[in-house]
Design a protein around this ligand. Structure first.
Ligand code: THU
Length: 128
């Protein structure tokens, strides 16, 4: 089921611009409409100004006119079961729900699936 997301994240990871960390990451989002948007991490010489693969994927999704995430997959070349960083958990929470599955991977595919709520409990929300 998540095989297409894995393929999209892997292809995105191959496009990473990570000359400083040498830590390639890919992410893929399936929207509620069924479309897939992927992204890689992008680093720049002013290190804190670079951004994560999940953030690139979210940018592609929003620019495609979509704002509802159904499923997320994250893949890091050098680490199995890499999870989204804290900032990306907050960004994903903007467009997803606590039930949204987040797939964690190794080089061969999905090895663990967690809900966004389990990964990011008590998310900041101005309405609560
Ligand atoms: N990175 C991501 O792309 N996603 C995350 O959730 C964690 C970290 C990237 C940022 C940086 O380019 C590299 O991994 C090392 O931190």
């Amino acid at each position: 089921m998540a095989e297409d997301l894995f393929k999209a994240a892997k292809a995105a990871m191959a496009k990473c611009h990570a000359p400083y960390s040498h830590y390639p990451v890919g992410a893929a989002i399936r929207t509620k409409a069924g479309n897939i948007h992927a992204g890689c991490n992008i680093e720049i010489a002013s290190y804190p100004e670079g951004w994560c693969a999940e953030t690139t994927a979210i940018g592609h999704m929003v620019m495609a006119g979509e704002v509802e995430i159904a499923e997320v997959l994250v893949l890091a070349q050098k680490r199995a079961k890499a999870t989204p960083c804290g900032g990306c958990r907050q960004r994903l929470a903007e467009f997803a729900s606590t039930e949204t599955p987040v797939h964690l991977c190794d080089a061969d595919g999905v090895v663990k699936t967690m809900s966004l709520g389990a990964l990011f409990p008590a998310a900041f929300d101005m309405e609560t």
